[in-house]
Design a protein around this ligand. Structure first.
Ligand code: GLN
Length: 499
């Protein structure tokens, strides 16, 4: 009973559902079975409404049976990071502060997924308020990497990445403020896209750093990323930074087997030659560069002179915005309120609530941000960081005048061990070296699996493209996977012996 009937790419599932070879109910039942068997070991999904998922599956089965045309994601389970609001269940942000918070509305991306037929299949674990890079600061405890349970799955969208990597869902949504989709995608051996800032509405995405926050997608293949991006991209008047531009046909761009001949791929030499880059990651990337060269791409060396300031810039701007965004959690408007007897005045109640409701990393960010924004320090830190941000954007503009995409590592090393860096915030922040630039510049960036290291741990390659060039980005990525005959694979412990 409840055998998993298929490989888990979304496009393959869609075909089976449409042809009647598989029913959505059977799919959802088998995935629920998988969750029951596997989730305890990885702690990827923190809540799931099985009855609602099954009822939706029945609805889509009836629709499919009528023979009418059905939306692209009809009957397919997709999980969503728990900082994206959903009317179903709680939206916790991985925090004690919002542990019991029930959103009165769905995030734009949740609405879009559901109107495209997807079935909301669980909320996924994250670092508290999406601050972190290892999914270890969640109130629900750490998630684990399906490829090695002693290692982190990355973060902050670690639960979403682990859920896809372990075959619990064919795709999931995450958010990326400084790398939180790409880094866990790299650690878990799946594809992860951070779209252009403004391409996907932030309505209902619980704010961390509003000028950097971007909702995006995890999936096993670039094609599947395209399908989900199609569903969630587009203008939304409820987000004032949402872009009004038309949404191209991403899947067509990916499927078009067009030649890479002449495509200019920029390689950021400083990144590849960086002494901090793990040799396994370097050799996997050099192999990928060779593969592109064989496909006829022109490999161009690119300089990004200001990228060395990107971590410092990001870790001023993000905490500043966070300190402002998180001011709303005061024990009155939302969520948790301290019941301590000492909370006898309004001020004391707010202080007590915030001390008990936020974990240490969130408190650290609030303190950093408040300090950098305070009178006397604003000019020296925040304003200065904004100026450097502009220079970083200029580096990208200059680079994209010469090349179509930029290629480099997603992370300095493969997945590190749980507990290895959690007590050393600077070490953790430095992991974001290659990813924060895309957020500061607002450009799209994708991590896709390249050849794994000798120990079998996944390795990710980051491709970055100009603003709104997702179609090109995805098609160049797909060409690499086509050439290397990439097949999504589940870790041995999560393979289904019955499939
Ligand atoms: N690791 C980065 C941080 O801690 C990025 C987080 C994110 O993208 N949400 O801020």
């Amino acid at each position: 009973m409840n055998k998993t009937p298929m490989t888990l790419t979304l496009t393959a599932l869609g075909q089976q559902l449409r042809s009647g070879a598989l029913s959505s109910r059977r799919l959802i039942e088998s995935q629920l079975d998988r969750v029951h068997r596997s989730n305890a070991s990885i702690n990827a999904i923190v809540s799931i409404d099985s009855d609602r998922a099954l009822a939706q599956a029945d609805y889509w089965d009836r629709q499919i049976a009528t023979g009418q045309s059905i939306p692209a994601l009809a009957g397919i389970p997709i999980s969503v990071k728990d900082n994206l609001c959903s009317k179903t269940g709680v939206t916790s942000c991985g925090s004690r502060m919002l542990r019991d918070f029930r959103s009165p509305y769905d995030a734009h991306v949740v609405e879009r997924l559901e109107s495209s037929g997807a079935i909301l299949f669980g909320k996924t674990n994250l670092d508290e308020f999406a601050m972190g890079g290892s999914t270890e600061t969640s109130v629900f405890g750490p998630s684990r990497n399906p490829w090695d349970l002693q290692r982190t799955c990355g973060g902050s969208s670690g639960g979403s990445a682990a859920a896809v990597a372990a075959g619990l869902v064919p795709a999931s949504l995450g958010t990326d403020t400084g790398g939180s989709i790409r880094q866990p995608a790299a650690f878990c051996g799946v594809c992860g896209l951070k779209p252009t800032y403004g391409r996907v509405s932030r309505w209902g995405l619980i704010s961390y750093a509003s000028s950097l926050d971007t909702a995006g997608v995890f999936a096993q293949s670039v094609e599947d990323i395209a399908v989900v991006l199609q569903a969630i991209a587009g203008h939304d008047p409820r987000d004032s930074t949402s872009l009004p531009h038309d949404v191209p046909d991403y899947l067509a761009a990916v499927r078009q087997d067009h030649s890479i001949q002449g495509t200019r791929i920029g390689v950021i030499r400083d990144q590849i030659e960086s002494p901090g880059l793990d040799p396994q990651v370097r050799s996997s990337l050099l192999e990928a560069i060779e593969a592109y060269r064989r496909l006829g791409a022109q490999i161009v060396d690119v300089q990004m002179p200001h990228s060395k300031y990107s971590i410092a810039t990001y870790y001023i701007i993000a905490p500043c915005e966070a300190s402002s965004n998180l001011a709303r959690y005061d024990g009155v408007h939302y969520g948790f309120r301290s019941s301590a007897k000492t909370a006898s005045t309004l001020d004391r109640m707010i202080e007590q609530t915030r001390s008990e409701g936020f974990g240490p990393e969130v408190q650290r960010r609030i303190l950093l941000g408040t300090y950098a924004l305070s009178a006397g320090y604003y000019d020296a830190y925040y304003l200065q960081a904004l100026k450097v941000r502009r220079l970083i954007r200029q580096d990208y503009d200059d680079a994209f005048a010469k090349v179509d995409v930029l290629l480099g590592p997603t992370t300095p090393q493969p997945a590190f061990r749980l507990g290895e860096k959690i007590n050393d915030p600077i070490q953790l922040y430095l992991q974001d070296l290659f990813t924060v630039g895309a957020n500061l510049a607002g450009i799209p960036a994708l991590s896709i699996p390249t050849a794994p290291g000798p120990d079998g741990l996944p390795i990710g390659m980051q491709l970055q493209a100009p603003v709104l060039a997702e179609a090109k980005l995805l098609s160049i990525a797909a060409a690499y996977h086509r050439a290397t005959e990439y097949q999504p694979k589940l870790p041995a412990a999560f393979e289904d012996p019955t499939s």
